[in-house]
Design a protein around this ligand. Structure first.
Ligand SMILES: [Zn+2]
Length: 253
């Protein structure tokens, strides 16, 4: 997988280092942490020195939760990345630059996205290995995921076979691990080297998400630690609009 810039799930923009320390990149299970408010715009756009709130990107929605100051809760309703800075939109004014705050993530929401995100990597791995299908887009939601891909020899039956095989791999409970690779090392791996063509020129290190030894992708998203956390993948719908526009919807059970 990860053959071309199109064949990956998280956009490279999410890999760019931000001014905010992105805690979710190192520990996707972090739910609570303390931080400092570094800037406030229009009373509601908050930048922190460090955050585990995932900003919308690569088909994965933003995290919700609370920023808490002296016991007062400010609900986080949107998180996005703008010019390398992670911005948290809160529901009401009151936070000031320099405030020390504690933060908490709506874990049920985030954990669901993590399960779907890793499931997307697994299914896209099978699509690529078995049918040379390339992912052209994807969207994770709380109750389903959508994957778009190009595929020469299409049939809904084949898709069901790949998902069945994905479910067999889940039973092996392979670990999902994060590694850092140098630009030179990424360029040496045939699959990643072709992807590297589209990587930001100023980055010397890349975050690699691995599923056991079967899948490896440059990726900036949040993932579960073990495949079994996915549960079971079930196709709910397939759509065929031509070889460059196939679509698969699935749910996790
Ligand atoms: Zn991903």
């Amino acid at each position: 997988m990860a053959e071309t810039p199109k064949n990956k799930i998280i956009s490279v923009t999410t890999l760019l280092y931000s001014m905010t320390e992105a805690l979710y990149m190192k520990d996707s299970y972090l739910k609570n942490w303390d931080a400092k408010v570094v800037s406030v715009k229009d009373d509601k756009y908050i930048a922190l020195d460090k955050t585990a709130f995932y900003p919308k990107g690569g088909g994965q929605p933003w995290d919700e939760g609370y920023i808490i100051k002296d016991g007062e809760k400010f609900k986080v309703v949107y998180v996005g990345k703008f010019s390398g800075e992670i911005s948290h939109e809160v529901e009401k004014p009151g936070l000031k630059e320099g405030d020390t705050v504690s933060c908490e993530i709506d874990w049920e929401r985030r954990y669901t996205y993590m399960r779907y995100h890793t499931a997307c990597h697994l299914v896209s791995n099978l699509l690529f290995r078995r049918a040379k299908a390339k992912i052209t887009g994807n969207q994770i939601e709380l109750d389903k995921a959508r994957m778009d891909f190009s595929m020469e020899d299409y049939s809904p039956e084949k898709l069901r076979t790949y998902v069945k095989e994905s479910n067999e791999i889940i039973k092996q409970d392979l670990p999902i691990t994060i590694e850092t690779m140098s630009r030179a090392a990424v360029l040496e791996e045939p699959e990643l080297a072709r992807l590297a063509v589209g990587l930001p020129k100023d980055l010397q290190e890349f975050r690699i998400v691995k599923i056991g030894d079967i899948d490896k992708q440059v990726d900036g998203g949040t993932h579960i630690k073990h495949l079994k956390e996915i549960g079971e993948i079930e196709i709910i719908k397939t759509v065929n609009k031509g070889k460059n526009n196939r679509r698969l919807y699935f749910v996790l059970k």
